[in-house]
Write a protein that binds this ligand. Sequence first.
Ligand code: F3S
Length: 65
Amino acid sequence: MKAMVDQETCIGCGLCCDTCDAVFRMNDDGKAEAYQTVNSEDEPTVQSAIDNCPVSAICWDESAD
Ligand code: F3S
């Protein structure tokens, strides 16, 4: 599974990086990006980041393997 961060929507609050730093990191634009594919172990944590992002900028990338 992969997660995606909408760069237009992210306000750079950093919560997702704090929640799951194995998948999310801040980029040079001060926005979050999903830099790793999500293994099954991390799925609940990523789901929590998706649910808690204040602007709902994160989603699962359904097109990814
Ligand atoms: Fe951005 Fe939401 Fe993460 S605002 S930094 S994608 S929690």
